[in-house]
Design a protein around this ligand. Sequence first.
Ligand SMILES: NC(=O)c1ccc[n+]([C@@H]2O[C@H](COP(=O)([O-])OP(=O)(O)OC[C@H]3O[C@@H](n4cnc5c(N)ncnc54)[C@H](OP(=O)(O)O)[C@@H]3O)[C@@H](O)[C@H]2O)c1
Length: 318
Amino acid sequence: MATNFTYLASSERYSHMATMYNRCGKSGVLLPKVSLGFWHNFGDDAPFERSRAITRYAFDHGVTHFDFANNYGVPAGSAETNFGRLMDEDFRPYRDELFISSKAGYGMWDGPYGEWGSRKYLMASLDQSLRRMRLDYVDLFYSHRYDPNTPIEETLHALVDIVQAGKALYVGISNWPLEPLKAATRYLRERDVPLLIYQGRLNMLNREPIEEGILDFCREEGIGFIAYSPLAQGLLTDRYLNGVPSDSRMAQEHFLKSDRRTPELLHYLHELEAQGKASGRSIAQEALNWVLAQNGVTSVIVGASSVEQLKNNLETIL
Ligand SMILES: NC(=O)c1ccc[n+]([C@@H]2O[C@H](COP(=O)([O-])OP(=O)(O)OC[C@H]3O[C@@H](n4cnc5c(N)ncnc54)[C@H](OP(=O)(O)O)[C@@H]3O)[C@@H](O)[C@H]2O)c1
């Protein structure tokens, strides 16, 4: 483990306390309005020093919340492993200033115990995540998706036990439908481990959490809501206005397919661009601003493949 830290965080990082943070539901936790996600651009498939620069830039500007899942990065797990190195080399002195989340739910290892919502999987996965990230605990641990074949009591009891074992401080739920979310809220509250936050995909092109009543439910119940893919993986930016750049997510044709770049989308982007010009905002800033303006949204989790992108996104709120 490195003992001489070369990174000294900016002394200005909390100079925007009044505007940078939102209370997470009715909890004691404040989260930055813009959080950083490690799904893409932080695995072994990305240049490590670029990932380090983005992470440092985030923390230097008050972004205290970093979002992971067991399977982030290529290969799966490498985003957490690389962050473990960053913990040792850069962030160990700042551990108590960071709010780090991870999740389990999607396929992570072979065999019957490597995905979904069993106690067996969740417990083993969090232990693996902690080892990869070189952490004693995460601040927040999520069930990453609803498992229709596992009793929700089994999944939720595992979350409660994880908190009681000190391996996570809070629990969250991601991508669950409304009815099981309501049952989970009751179950966890009765066990004094209240649901801190719901993580769902919300952006100008995907409004399901609003349409399905999830955002309203969270607000009414005092549960935070954190929006993932607030830029629709980059669609709601200037990235694809003039084609598909070879270094973009769309060029990989995996999670973001080029058939999403339709004439209708380009028309919509040009309208957003024109709307933003009036207020001096980029397309990305217009899109983030829209999500943050929805009543009940605590934070947006942005991805970034460069410091410049993150800087642009943070200017939405700074
Ligand atoms: N719970 C879940 O199931 C779930 C699912 C998905 C994501 N998430 C979380 O949400 C995080 C964010 O997801 P996401 O990466 O899809 O979010 P996003 O913010 O919608 O998209 C990020 C991508 O947009 C492009 N971009 C970002 N800022 C830009 C700017 N200012 N100008 C131009 N392009 C810009 C970059 O694409 P290029 O890389 O092409 O440059 C970047 O990688 C993830 O890292 C993860 O933590 C959770």
